[in-house]
Design a protein around this ligand. Structure first.
Ligand SMILES: Nc1ncnc2c1ncn2[C@@H]1O[C@H](COP(=O)(O)OP(=O)(O)OP(=O)(O)O)[C@@H](O)[C@H]1O
Length: 261
């Protein structure tokens, strides 16, 4: 059975793309068939996977969604690129922002991505969706298409207010559009191990939500090595295989596989 995970947080720069890429490649290294979908107009996942000019791409998530909106079927494999580290991915670019605006007038506008994913699910063990830093219609599409939400939280400030808004949105999608949806957990990213921020934030989250929301045991440390991977177009496992970030994503991969069991 394919597990569809949306990686979401409306706050920008918290490590959604880095997590999608390195968790996805981590799962592929464990023998899983993985598709990464970029639901972000910035094209940063495409760049992280070696595409230097995503805005020049002809085939992206936008074409696929446009076809579905116009009651056409995408061709098999359309828009899907194979990355040398063993994952497939569908990039996006700035045109996704335009599509988001035009979705307003579309019937079943929240369901377009779900419809696409239902058609290709059987080819994969995991589909990871890299959401944009907003709670607009494209992110709602990702939440409607997903079974689980992984929430990266940058362990540098107290995020509970922003989280409440995200968790409320996930709850509404669960009640009205996708009863299968649940929160997989909160992942602390960019953790400076010299401070206690991650522990303080975990305590604050537990105060508000008790044990209702899982917090991944393993954090992703802050390291310039992680930032470098974006420019390199490859994962942390190739860029800095023995470093703390590769170790962090390796353990996270294990936790995500355990969640399955
Ligand atoms: N563990 C880390 N340590 C240091 N820098 C990191 C780490 N993880 C990600 N970064 C860097 O932080 C920046 C933001 O990361 P990323 O693009 O993954 O976040 P995002 O949540 O997807 O951003 P956006 O909301 O803009 O889509 C990037 O420059 C990335 O390389």
């Amino acid at each position: 059975m394919c597990r569809v995970i949306a990686v979401a947080n409306q706050k920008g720069g918290v490590g959604k793309t880095t997590t999608c890429v390195n968790l996805g490649i981590g799962l592929a290294r464990e023998g899983k068939k993985v598709l990464l979908i970029e639901a972000d107009a910035q094209g940063s996942m495409a760049v992280s996977l070696g595409i230097q000019e995503p805005d020049e791409l002809d085939e992206t998530l936008v074409n696929i969604m446009e076809k579905l909106i116009n009651d056409k079927e995408p061709e098999p494999g359309e828009g899907i690129i194979h990355h040398e580290e063993g994952v497939d991915f569908i990039p996006a670019n700035i045109e996704l922002a335009g599509l988001e605006t035009s979705l307003v007038n579309v019937m079943s506008r929240e369901m377009v991505l779900r419809q696409y994913i239902c058609g290709i699910k059987k080819q994969y063990d995991y589909i990871l969706i890299d959401c944009m830093p907003s709670l607009g219609m494209i992110t709602i599409n990702a939440l409607v298409a997903a079974d689980r939400v992984l929430i990266p939280v940058e362990a540098a400030y107290l995020p509970v207010k922003g989280l409440q808004q995200l968790i409320k949105t996930i709850g509404r999608v669960h009640r009205k559009l996708n009863p299968e949806l649940s929160i997989m957990g909160i992942l602390f990213t960019k953790v400076d191990r010299r401070t206690n921020f991650a522990k303080d934030i975990a305590a604050q989250i537990r105060e508000v939500y008790g044990n209702k929301i899982h917090i991944f045991a393993n954090c992703i440390p802050m390291s310039v090595r992680a930032a470098e991977t974006t420019a390199e177009g490859k994962s942390i496992y190739l860029h800095d295989p023995k470093g703390i970030v590769a170790e962090g994503y390796h353990y996270l991969t294990g936790e995500v596989l355990d969640d399955e069991e």
